[in-house]
Each structure stands twice: as structure tokens, then as C-alpha cells.
Write a protein that binds this ligand. Sequence first.
Ligand code: G6P
Length: 608
Amino acid sequence: MCGIVGFTGKQNAAPILLEGLKKLEYRGYDSAGIAVCKDGVISVSKVSGRIANLCEKTENGANMPGHSGIGHTRWATHGAPTDINAHPHMSCDGRFSIVHNGIIENYLELREELTAKGYAFRSQTDTEVIVHLLEMYYDGDLKSAVMKTTSRLEGSYAIGVLCADCPGTIMAVREASPLILGIGVGENFFASDVTALVAYTRNAIYLDDGEFAELTPERITVYDCTGTVIQKPVSRITWSVEAAEKGGYEHFMLKEIMEQPRAVKSALAPRIQNDQIQLDDFSFTKEDLRGIKKIVVTACGSAYYAGCAGKYAIEKLCHIPVDVQLASELRYGEPQIDSGTLLIVLSQSGETADTIAAMKECQSLGARVLAIVNVVGSTIAKLVDNTLYTWAGPEIAVATTKGYTTQLSVLYLFAVYAAHTMELLSQQEYLRLIRELQSIPQKIQQTLDMNITLPQLAKKYNTGHSMFYIGRNTDYAAALEGALKMKEISYIHAEAYAAGELKHGTIALIDEGQSVIALCCNRHIAEKTMNNIVEVKARGAQVLALAVKGDRAVLAQADDVIYIPGLDPLFQSVAEIIPLQLLAYYAAKENGCDIDKPKNLEKSVTVE
Ligand code: G6P
């Protein structure tokens, strides 16, 4: 997740900006940069890689004098992690420099408009449109240029602005991306989280969405979106630096679970414009798509389970058979793959050794490849022609959460896009599915808000023995990932079974007090799983069911019910995994496990 800092005061800005950026390193980044203003001239220094490189380049800030400045750590989304794509970005006339955190959803439109007007783009970022808009709207009034610019932006943004005409002034703008102002004595600051501020001040103003602020060494003025001055309360920062890094959450995993509405929105919203799905960096034509005879999805771990869940949507909407294969198996198998195969590779890190090997094997057999990865510029992304990034931001906890839900969301998006392009959907159905996709972030948020009893349920169902997860169809796919989460972080033996398979063996394992998590969210098939609940209950199991809000029938069968909001059954897995992530989290917490770094596991398995 990108990080922003800003400073204005009497001291040299650069060393303070560098210190602030170091405090934001924990958020993950792949490039960094600072800009300072001195005597009406802005100088910029930026590097790909570590902040240590930036310190070296700027001699710890000593070779960049100036008393006001902005800084940034970038986690690449739009454009590879290169020096040019790193922030700050400069306007063509050198008057403005900006840093940005978030995603500008309408950047393609704006980029076209600005290019036609003669503004030369240097980077591949969505951010650069902001600095050119500022230049275009500036007529000597910085505040008005900022307001006109933000009125054109759609998406989420925290922006820091430096203007050569106003030395000593820095501007901060917030819309759906955090930005905090730090109040000093004869100096003021902003930062995307309090970690970067606590060394200098504990007095802060939290900007709300739509607000912006002008900071000088002596004063902070906050405006609402109409430009009217507003009075904001000053808050006292009481967090320790440790707690601040996790955004106040006890673990990165919990923070990342809670981030999912925003992460999924980042993956979906920029690709749905004016009721149309637009897939950046996916070059398949209608004929190409119609020529696909088979889709093979390959991945490892949770990414493999995302493929299992996405398969249903692709097969149903695109009428193409989908074979989901573990990369570690595919690479040593005899894959029936040729030029009529589309291989979809899923990987959060883009570096998993088995996934890369399976992909290369399939490429050598003639398959065309679509990669869905999170880390921009990763090995997988570099090796394929078509990459859709998940734009989830860095994931720090070893067990993936937002990595999985964003992969799945992009698979859904692909399914609807491909079906529409192949003319398999009526206009009405296409629009309905788009609305469903657009509702996913909100449904995830509602799921998070609804289930406050999960810590108690985790305690009740964590009996020290195995847990069985059962479900059918999309519920089964979610059960696979739910059981994996439980195993990975709580070390409880957990297995997922297709509910219909129970009577073919597994039911022999059901005894008094056995915990069974029954997923009954897919309305087409939930009734069948309810029969399985009756079967396991008859043998003494305690059953925690997952169902769609309003489903009262399940209450009569299960001991406890977790409700989630309804989605089209094809997309239901993305919401139903949320309580299962939390169930695993609370069980692990109860077991005293090292949740962010489970024993024996690695975040990125780069060797076989
Ligand atoms: C490791 C991680 C899992 C992840 C898997 C695949 O096992 O602990 O959370 O699902 O690798 O990683 P990838 O980066 O390829 O998605």
C-alpha cells in the first residue's frame, strides 16, 4: 500500500521526509521518492527499490535543500516499479509536484483528454493525470486548481501537492484513502498513517472524505468539498508505533481481512466504466475468445482454490469447459494442451515456483496465457502477454485473504467480460451481472459488519479436534479455502468435503461433538446440504451453518448460523469466505498461534 508524507517548517524538509518514509516501509513498497521546494524551484529525487537507495542518492536529504516537501513509497499498480513510475510526479511546466495513494478509476479517459490537449505523459501511472489537471486548471489560485482537479477525479485518493509558486505551502486532499495532518510547533505535517507522525507530534487532524487542507509552517486550514473553511477537532495520538503500523489491529491478517471491501473495489471498479467492462492489458478479440476450446486454470494454495471457485462462473457464463489444476501436478503431468487452450494463471506474488514451471510447460505446448497476479512486474507478469493485476495492495500476513478475494473477483469479471464479448449474454443479463459485481465490495463490508459473534463461535467449534467443512458447488469451493485457512493459522486439522461425498466414507468419522461447518449459501443447492446437516447431527455433530440472510430453514437444522448477504450464486463464494477467514483467525488467536507468520509456512514459495 503506498505511503505519503508531507512537511513544511523551518528545518530542511528532505531528511524529515526520508525518516517518515522509513516509518511507512512496513506497508510494502517497490519504489520511493521525494520532492522539495526551494526559492520557487521544485527538485525531485526518486528510485525504484529501497528507501536506503533514496537516502544514498540524496545524501540523506542533504543535497536537496528546501523547507517544504512531499514524499511517497509506491506499491506498483498501474505501471511497473520503475524510477519513472515512482512518485512524485511533475507537471510539464515544473510548477507542480504531487504524490498519490489510491486508484484513479477514470484515468484512461482523463489521460486521453489531456494528451489531446498537449500534456506529455512520462509515466504509465494513473496518478500522472492529477498533476497535469492541476497545471491545466491553475490560474494563480492553488486552492481553486485543487478543487477543479478533484472534481474531475473518480476513485480513491489521498494526494499531497507541492506548488513552486507557493513555497512553504503544501496541500493535502482526501477521498476514500487515509490522510492525517500532524500539528507541530512552527512546522506541520501530513502522512497516510500516524506511524510517520509520532516521532514529531501526537496532535493530529483526521481528514474526512471530500476534505482538503492547506498547510504552512504556522497554520493548517481545512476546507470541505465546496471550499468552505471548516473547524476540525484535534485528536491525540495515543498508539504505540507498533500498533500504528497495523492500523490499530492486533495482526496484519485481521487488518487485511478488514481491507477486503476496498481491495476488491480496487480490482473491480476501474474496470467497470459506463456499464461496460473494460479489461486493461487483455488483448483477446471476440474471435480469439470463440476459438478457445478449453480453459485450464493453474495455481497453488489459496490461488488454486480461487480457481476452483471461479470455474463455476466461467463455465456457466462462457460455455467453455474449465479444468482447474494444481501447478505442482500440472508441471509433471501430461497436460492435454494446445493452441486452443487458454491457460489462466493465478498468483498473488507472481513468484511461486510451481506455478511458473506449470505456466512455462503449457506455453511450450502452445497455450495462450492470461495471468491474474497482484505484484506488478513479478516474474509471472513479465512472462505473459496478458496480465490482469488484482490491485489488492501488499499482503503482509503469510496466509492470504485479500489476495484470494481479489483473484476471485477478477475471475468473475473475466467470466462476464468474455461471455459478453462472445455475445452469450442479453444486454439485460449483462447489466444485471455488472450490478452484482459492483455490489461485491459492499456485500463484503456487510458480511464483516454482521458477524460480531464469530469470536465466541470460534471458541465453541474449536474443540481441539478436527473440523469438517461441507458444501456443494460454489459452497464446496469456499469450503476448500475455509478449511485451508483454519489449518494454516490455527493448526487445527480441517478438511473440506463435497457434501454429497459424506456418505462415501467421511461420515464414518462423525462422532459425538464433532465440529462441522456446513456451507448452505448457494440457493440452487443449499437444500441438499441441509439434508447432510441432518445426517451429521444424527451422529452427534455440532453444526455451524453459513447461510444467506433471510434463510430461516437452516436455523431449524443447525446449532448456530452465520448469515451473509445474498449475491448471485455464481459470485457467492467471495462473500462466504469472509466469515470463514475470521473463524480461522479467532480460533488461531485462541490457540495462541503466531497468526501473521504461521510455523513452517512462507508467503511466497519460490523454490520447489
Ligand atoms: C503460499 C502462501 C499462500 C498462497 C500460495 C500461493 O503457500 O502461504 O497463501 O496461496 O503460496 O501463492 P501465490 O503467491 O502464487 O498466490
